[in-house]
Every structure is written in C-alpha cells, then in structure tokens.
Design a binder for this molecule. Structure first.
Ligand code: GLN
Length: 482
C-alpha cells in the first residue's frame, strides 16, 4: 500500500489524527533538517492550526480522501502568510499575500503544509548550490548534491521529512533531483497545472508537478493539483482527470521507444546498466521496445540556454526594489536604487542568466540567437511527434550520472548545464516526463529511469511506473539513518 493511502486509511479509521501525523513529521524535520537543509521555513504553529482544521473537517463528516495528510511546498509557490523566498535574497523577506493555485487546491483538499522547501535561486540550477539559504544535502550521501532546482523537495521526500512535496520543472528540476535522491517525480504536460502564484522563471517552460515515494502517490496528488484555472492564460481547459484510473492496467503490448541519441556516449556505465535492467523488467511485464530517433535533441541544451534566460531576463525585471522584496539600504537616486538592489538581491547564476537573456533579446542579436532557438525548439518538438508514431512511451536515463559531489561543478556552469541533457527537450516540447528509481550506481547513489509520454499521457506514464514498482523495490529503499 502506498504511503499516502496508508496515512489516509489511518486518518479515516481514527487511528491517528492529522495533528499527530503532522507532529510526527515536524519532529523528523527538527531532527534532520539541521543536517539536510531541505526546508527554508518551518512554522509549527501554522502547520498545527491547519492540521486542527483538517481534524475538525473530519469530525464534521466533511473529509475528502486526503484530508489531514500533510505535504510541503517548494518555496517557489506563493503561500499566504508564509515566507516565500524562491531561494533568493531578493525575496528573503517576502511574505506572500495570496496562495498559488496549486497551494489553494491542497488547502481545499484539507492537506496541511509542513513548510517551505529549499531550492536553487529562482529555480536556476541543477544542484541546489545556488540557493541563498545554502545547499541541500543528499540523504543518500551527505557529500553529494540532491540535484536541483527542486533539491529540497527531493531530499525531504527521500529522508521522510514529508510524505509528498510539490516541485517545478523548467528544464528538469523535478526529474533530475528525483533521480538523484531515489524518489518518484512527475512533470505533467505544459498547461495541465496552473502557474498562478508560482514565481516565474521561464514562463513557456515552467510547469508544476510532484515528488513522492511512489507513482501511486504521485497520481493521487496530481489529481488534486491539476485542472483548469482562469487566472493562468496558459492553463488548459481540459476536464479534470483522475490520474489513478489506469494504474493497474496490464502493460501487455505497450510499445516503448528508446531514443538512440540517449543511449549513445555520455551516459555513465552504472546508469546505463540500471536503465537496461529496467527495460528488461518492462519486457517481462509484456512491453516491447523499439528504437526511435530524436535527431535534434542534441541541440536542446544550447536552445534552452537561449530561451530560458531570455524569458528569465524579462520575468525578473519585476524585482526592482519598489514594490516588494529586497531594497538597497542607501542610494542617491532611483537608478542607483535599482542597480544596488539588483546587485545585492540576486546571486551569480541569476545575474548570468539575466545578462545572457538581455543579450539574446537585444537588437542585432535577436535574429541570430532568439529566433533561431525558437525555430529549433519547433524541430525538437516535431522529433517527438514523429517518434510517438512508433511508440506509446519513451524511456531512457534521467541523468547521465548519479549525484555528483557538492562543489564538483559549482565553478563550471557548462558542466552543470549538461546534467539536464536528457530532460530539457521534454520541456521544450511541452511533454510530460517522469523519473522513477531504477537502481543504484557503483557509488551506492540512486539512478532514475526517465519515462516520457505524449501530450496528456500522464495516466499512461503513471500506469507504466506503477506496474514497474509492483515488481521492483527500488522506490521503497530508504537511505540509512532516515
Ligand atoms: N537545471 C536547469 C536550469 O538550471 C533546469 C532548472 C529547472 O528546471 N527549473 O535552468
């Protein structure tokens, strides 16, 4: 039985109250967060008030299926009354005046918030080292990064500091940290979850999703957070879905596409071995595999690092010290106030992205970089459309290696950018992607299998992941001491 189902049943049976469940998790956070640094904000009183409200709903006979089950939010989601920092000094004092759509969906479901999770500054990074609040440690190996940008979400779920966490994925930030921390994570198709109240990085790529211990739990929570929202013009007007509906469907006849570009040089031997073993398991479950090609996928990292910074440079112009967030203490005029505020408020990686973005959008370079990147983005999306004529799902590695060590790539942005080589094309195409634990590397650190679906193929992906988790126990392994 999945962890959330277990909690839900205990609550329904009256074996435990939401207050007790939250106290349990808060105690674990208190014990382990000083080492892991997964949470930026914990507010015991606020959490327990939400838990008491959930218990009252239950007592009044008004509980939904997940009422009382707690979760934690990546600190990119505006959460009314809570500090919402986005991992930045710029917002280190920002208390959100309203809830993100995602947050209000969970509130309506009666799910208390355990706290706000650490992340790379403005979700820019693959290691959580760009956070103003310090790096997160990977519970599998404290010397290792948890991945990023949703490193706090991944580490907290892996260490059992929360049963489930929200996260966001612009170029891999759900899948890559899920893989490096041995948890299950899903980024739905672009437009499935509202971005209202989710602090923007690159709006045409950003998408919210979830990390949990299993695909079954991801399905339960995705069903709560997804659905149309008139406050986000890119939120799709599709019927709400029950993402658990197909979990147990047999995989007989499922066609799995293996992109030949993903299985070429670049993948570490231990990651490759675990991936190949997972595919064997799928064949035993009745699936067939077919080679497919994504000929333009090799261009996805350079294309992303033109488009994402371009959008970021525009989105982050709102942090000017005037309305909210950090403002420099002393300045002689308005221009100096802007300059000092932004110089102090943003970290090195964010500044790098703003500069690149402003450059590729500038007169004279727009055609050479931004426009070209947009054209290749279309070609990358077309590659997937072609591949899905031959298969139902695409599978491959999530990351080229297991978790690297803290500091290992911190001074080398290009090496850091390459950690997302298998994940970025999915965002450029707007497709759903997932990472599922599928083994361990030579260093004992987790390996993730990436599952990519066609547009709105979330239920199919979760089905494939769930059946795999029915015959393997990689997702159930826990790091020692947690
Ligand atoms: N690591 C990528 C970046 O630094 C992706 C981040 C993300 O998905 N938010 O931009």
């Amino acid at each position: 039985m999945s962890l959330l189902t277990q909690h839900a049943q205990q609550l329904a049976a009256g074996a435990v109250s939401s207050v007790e469940l939250c106290q349990d998790y808060l105690a674990r956070i208190k014990a382990h967060n000083p080492t892991l640094n997964a949470f930026i904000t914990v507010d015991t009183e606020r959490t327990l008030a939400e838990a008491r409200a959930a218990d009252a709903l239950r007592a009044a006979g008004q509980a939904g299926p997940l009422t009382g089950v707690p979760l934690a939010h990546k600190d990119i989601f505006c959460t009314e009354g809570w500090l919402t920092t986005c991992g930045s000094r710029m917002l280190a004092n920002f208390v959100a005046p309203y809830d993100a759509h995602v947050v209000s969906q969970f509130k309506t479901a009666g799910m208390p918030c355990l706290g706000k999770l650490n992340m790379d500054e403005f979700a820019m990074g693959s290691s959580n080292e760009s956070s103003y609040f310090g790096p997160v440690k990977n519970p599998w190996a404290l010397a290792a990064v948890p991945g990023g940008s949703s490193g706090g979400s991944a580490a907290a779920v892996a260490a059992g500091l929360c049963p489930v966490a929200t996260a966001t994925d612009t170029g891999g930030s759900i899948r890559q940290p899920a893989a490096l921390c041995g948890v299950t994570g899903i980024k739905p198709s672009y437009g499935v979850v509202s971005r209202y109240g989710m602090i923007a990085f690159a709006s045409s790529l950003d998408q919210a999703g979830v990390m949990a211990r299993s695909a079954a739990d991801c399905a339960l929570v995705l069903s709560v957070m997804a659905g149309p929202d008139p406050r986000d013009s890119t939120s799709l007007e599709r019927e709400r879905e029950d993402y658990s509906r197909d979990l147990n469907r047999p995989l007989t006849g499922l066609r799995i596409g293996l992109p030949k570009e993903f299985f070429a040089a670049g993948m570490a031997a231990d990651v490759e071995a675990a991936t190949i073993n997972a595919l064997d398991e799928y064949r035993r479950l009745g699936a067939t595999t077919v080679e497919v090609s994504l000929p333009n996928s090799g261009l996805s990292v350079p294309v992303y690092y033109v488009l994402a910074p371009a959008e970021a440079s525009s989105n982050l112009s709102r942090f000017d010290g005037v309305r909210y967030g950090h403002r420099a203490a002393a300045y002689k005029d308005l221009t100096e106030m802007y300059e000092k505020t932004r110089a102090e408020g943003f970290g090195a990686e964010v500044k790098r992205r703003i500069m690149v973005g402003a450059y590729v959008l500038s007169h004279g370079y727009y055609d050479a970089y931004y426009l070209q990147a947009q054209k290749i983005r279309r070609l990358i999306a077309n590659d997937f459309t072609e591949a899905f004529k031959h298969c139902d799902l695409i599978m491959g590695p999530t990351t080229p290696t297991t978790a690297f060590n803290l500091g290992e790539k911190a001074d080398d942005p290009l090496q850091m950018y390459l950690s997302d080589i298998y994940t970025i094309a999915v965002n450029l195409a707007g497709l759903p992607g997932m990472s599922v634990p599928c083994g361990f590397g030579a260093d004992g650190r987790p390996v993730g299998l990436q599952i990519i679906g066609d547009y709105f193929g979330e239920a199919r992906m979760l089905n494939a992941a769930h059946r795999y988790q029915g015959v393997t126990d990689w997702h159930a392994r826990r790091p020692e001491g947690y």
